[in-house]
Ligand binder design. Structure first.
Ligand code: ATP
Ligand code: MG
Length: 409
């Protein structure tokens, strides 16, 4: 029979890697919970319409990266490609706008995109994300960015750069879109064909192009940052001032474009020099129109998502030390006595392991050493030969007294 493997672009998380990930997750959880963020988890699939409306019909995600399927009853469902639209759906569904603002949540979940697999780009991947809903205070934008910078620093991501921009309000953006489309039409002959085809659908994406001719045209294109209305420009200036106060370095990048349609005002991306082509570690921004677009009350919001695999790649996957083992319970014939001792040790709060693979006594000692166990106890009926592997000493103790003796040690 041929061997089955996980689908292309997916991966298994084996126990050793799980402990590395747990380190990243712990760092994020502690930082975010201390800052007032509570965990939220939504289902792995949602109505396809949620992403069509919440991410945007014109985006790459909706146009070509979604795993959608019929649920058998004629409804289209989609494996979630991102977390912001589902969180906003939950916010509306559960009337969370009645809670004191801002409502601040984080999630740590897996997402699905039909992409071409390569290093740092998978079809199922993990994201840490946060959303803060119900306030347009620039301090909320700044807080989310500062927290992200702290998480990346504490998880050991190197060569971090923060690019920052502002898109203004939806109205400004629309007017700018028309102005940009007009400019692109006037220069259509010098644009790459794919860019030309997208002029009407999504002219902003032209800033993303690597094509030399297109890049030349874009160098002279009108800039949205120069078109911001007064309120939006002031909001952006405040975000910048607050980042400065927090000591977070950034570069203004007026060409920054991100893949979701619903962004307004603040927009940002963190990259790492430690990554190759897939240099994006995290991205986010403000999305003041999204909750309303999903049928909720007008509600400002801001958030970001960071790729866990990219954090691990960019931090050199610093291994986190595995949990220590206090006691290894060995035996030759007294299996039941050994098992009783194991259970008692665990009930007393010790990290205990017992021989489970029929090794010889010598093999059991080797296994205990491999696990880094402190004590090695050979159970022989009512007495135990207890070896302190750290000190290299051995003594014989009553089995009844063993656990108490170890807890004291
Ligand atoms: P990219 O430009 O690399 O495609 P993106 O703009 O599509 O990224 P977002 O939708 O903003 O990414 O998602 C936030 C983060 O999630 C990214 O910065 C990246 O770290 C991670 N990410 C996105 N897509 C993938 C993927 N297919 N595999 C692994 N991580 C991903
Ligand atoms: Mg992408």
């Amino acid at each position: 029979m041929s061997k089955l493997t996980a689908p292309r672009g997916t991966f298994d998380i084996l126990p050793e890697q799980a402990s590395v990930r747990a380190g990243v997750e712990r760092t994020a959880r502690e930082l975010l919970e201390a800052a007032g963020y509570g965990r939220i988890e939504t289902p792995s699939f949602e109505a396809t319409e949620l992403f069509a409306r919440g991410v945007g019909e014109a985006t790459d995600i909706v146009q070509k990266e979604m795993y959608s399927f019929d649920d058998g009853g004629g409804r289209s469902l989609t494996l979630r490609p991102e977390g912001t639209a589902p969180v906003c759906r939950a916010y509306v569904q559960h009337g969370m706008h009645k809670l004191p603002a801002p409502v601040r949540v984080y999630y740590l979940s897996s997402f699905f995109r039909a992409e071409r697999p390569q290093a740092g780009r998978y079809r199922q991947f993990w994201q840490l994300g946060i959303e803060a809903l119900g306030s347009e205070d620039p301090a909320v934008d700044a807080e989310t960015i500062v927290l992200l910078a702290a998480i990346l620093a504490q998880t050991g991501v190197t060569g971090v750069r923060l690019r920052l921009s502002s898109l203004g309000s939806l109205g400004t953006r629309e007017a700018y879109r028309d102005e940009l489309a007009e400019y692109l039409r006037a220069n259509a002959a010098r644009l790459a064909p794919v860019v030309r085809e997208r002029i009407e659908l999504n002219p902003l994406r032209a800033f993303d192009s690597e094509d030399p001719g297109t890049r030349e045209v874009m160098a002279g294109a009108p800039r949205l940052l120069d078109r911001l209305e007064r309120d939006d420009a002031e909001h952006f200036a405040s975000v910048r001032e607050l980042l400065g106060r927090a000591g977070v370095a950034y570069e203004i990048d007026p060409t920054l474009v991100r893949g979701l349609d619903y962004y307004t005002r603040t927009l940002f991306e963190f990259t790492s020099d430690a990554l190759g082509a897939q240099s994006g570690v995290a991205g986010g921004g403000r999305y003041d129109g999204l909750v309303e677009a999903l049928g909720g009350p007008p509600t400002p919001g801001v958030g970001w998502a960071a790729g866990i695999e990219r954090i691990l790649l960019a931090s050199g996957e610093h291994p986190v030390s595995v949990a220590p083992v206090d006691l290894y319970v060995a035996f030759e014939a007294a299996r039941a006595d050994a098992f009783e001792t194991l259970t008692a040790a665990r009930e007393a709060g010790l990290a205990a392991q017992m021989e489970l693979a029929g090794r010889s006594l010598k093999g059991q000692l080797k296994q205990a050493e491999r696990l880094g166990a402190r004590f090695f106890a050979v159970v022989e009926g009512e007495s135990v030969r207890l070896r302190d592997l750290a000190a290299g000493t051995e003594e014989t103790v009553d089995r009844d007294a063993l656990v108490e003796r170890l807890v004291a040690a």
